[in-house]
Ligand binder design. Structure first.
Ligand code: ADP
Ligand code: MG
Length: 274
C-alpha cells in the first residue's frame, strides 16, 4: 500500500488524505469503544461490515436527495468521502425510549415515543459529549439558527427513510446518531451535508418481532454475538451476500463476543475479510 497522510485517527475510524483536494479516505477499524472509551475491544470484522452498511445507507440517502459525504467504496474497509468541516454536534433522533433517555428521564426502555425527538450533544470526548440546547449551539457559534433548521429537516428525512427501510426487513429503528459538516461550494457559501457513518455502531436496531438488540448495545451490555448481530442487519438489508453465515468464534479478545456461543460452530470466515 502506498504511504499516505493520516489526517485523524478516532475511536472507530481513520481518515487519510484523499486522492484529490476536498476528498478523504475513511478507513473502518475493528475497534469498538463504549462509555466514552472506558470500555474497549477489537471485534474482528466489524469495520468491514460497517463500511458496507454505511455505504448502502448513504447511497440510498443520496438517491433520496439527502446530500452526504459518501462518494464510493474503495475496498472492504475504505470509502472515498468528501471532506467536510464537521459541526461539533452529535444529532440523536429517537423513536423509542432507550439508553440515556430512559436513564435520565425514567421513561422505560422500549416505550414508543409520542413523536420522534431530536437531541443535540456537544461532540467533545473530554467532556463526555454533554447534551446541549439550540441556545448553546448558537451562542457558541457551533451552528446558526439556519444551520439548525437544515440539520433538523435532514435528520427527520433520514429518520423517515431509515424507519421505512429497516421496518421493511423486520427491524425497528429505535434511535440513531448523525454528524453533519460544512462543504464549501465557493469561498463564502457553505452547504451542510450528512457525514461520518450510519451503521449498527451508531443506531439502535431491534428485531421487530422479538425486540432482540442487533446493534452496539450487544457490546455495551455484554450480550454477546456482536458481530453476528451486525451481520444479520447486513443480511436483512440484502448486502454482504458473499458472506451469509454469521461470523463466530473469532479471536476477538472481547468478553462480550465470547459470552454466547450457541453451537461452537466457529465459521471464522472473517479472516477472508481483511
Ligand atoms: P471519533 O472517535 O472522534 O468519533 P471516529 O473513529 O468516528 O472518531 O472517526 C471519524 C472522525 O471523522 C470523526 O471525528 C468524525 O467527526 C470525522 N468525520 C466524519 N466524516 C467526515 C468528513 N466527511 N470530513 C471530515 N471529517 C469527518
Ligand atoms: Mg465517531
Amino acid at each position: 500500500m502506498t504511504r499516505r497522510k493520516k489526517i485523524y485517527e478516532g475511536k472507530a475510524k481513520i481518515l487519510y488524505e484523499g486522492p484529490e483536494p476536498g476528498t478523504l479516505i475513511q478507513y473502518f477499524k475493528d475497534d469498538a469503544t463504549a462509555f466514552n472509551a472506558q470500555k474497549k475491544a477489537v471485534l474482528e470484522g466489524k469495520g468491514v461490515i460497517n463500511n458496507r452498511i454505511s455505504e448502502f445507507i448513504m447511497t440510498r440517502l443520496n438517491a433520496m436527495g439527502i446530500a452526504n459525504h459518501f462518494i464510493r467504496r474503495l475496498n472492504l474497509r475504505e470509502q472515498l468521502i468528501k471532506e467536510v468541516e464537521i459541526i461539533p454536534l452529535e444529532v440523536v433522533v429517537r423513536n423509542v425510549a432507550a439508553g440515556s433517555m430512559s436513564t435520565r428521564l425514567g421513561i422505560p426502555e422500549g416505550q414508543v415515543l409520542p413523536r420522534s425527538i431530536i437531541e443535540f450533544y456537544y461532540k467533545d470526548d473530554k467532556l463526555g459529549d454533554p447534551m446541549v440546547t439550540e441556545e448553546h449551539i448558537t451562542a457558541f457559534n457551533w451552528a446558526t439558527t439556519q444551520d439548525i433548521d437544515d440539520i433538523l429537516a435532514m435528520a427527520l428525512r433520514v429518520n423517515d427513510y431509515l424507519s421505512g427501510m429497516f421496518g421493511a426487513v423486520g427491524i425497528t429503528l429505535v434511535d440513531f446518531k448523525l454528524e453533519f459538516g460544512r462543504i464549501w461550494e465557493n469561498d463564502d457559501f457553505a452547504r451542510i451535508i450528512l457525514a461520518d457513518e450510519i451503521s449498527p455502531d451508531s443506531c439502535r436496531l431491534w428485531d421487530a418481532q422479538t425486540n432482540e438488540k442487533l446493534d452496539k448495545d450487544r457490546f455495551r451490555r455484554d450480550l454477546g454475538n456482536v458481530i453476528e448481530s451486525y451481520t444479520e442487519v447486513a443480511r436483512r438489508l440484502g448486502i454482504m451476500k458473499e458472506m451469509p453465515t454469521v461470523i463466530q468464534g473469532g479471536q476477538t479478545g472481547d468478553k462480550a463476543e465470547k459470552a454466547a456461543e450457541p453451537d461452537g460452530e466457529a465459521a471464522s470466515n472473517v479472516s477472508k475479510l481483511h
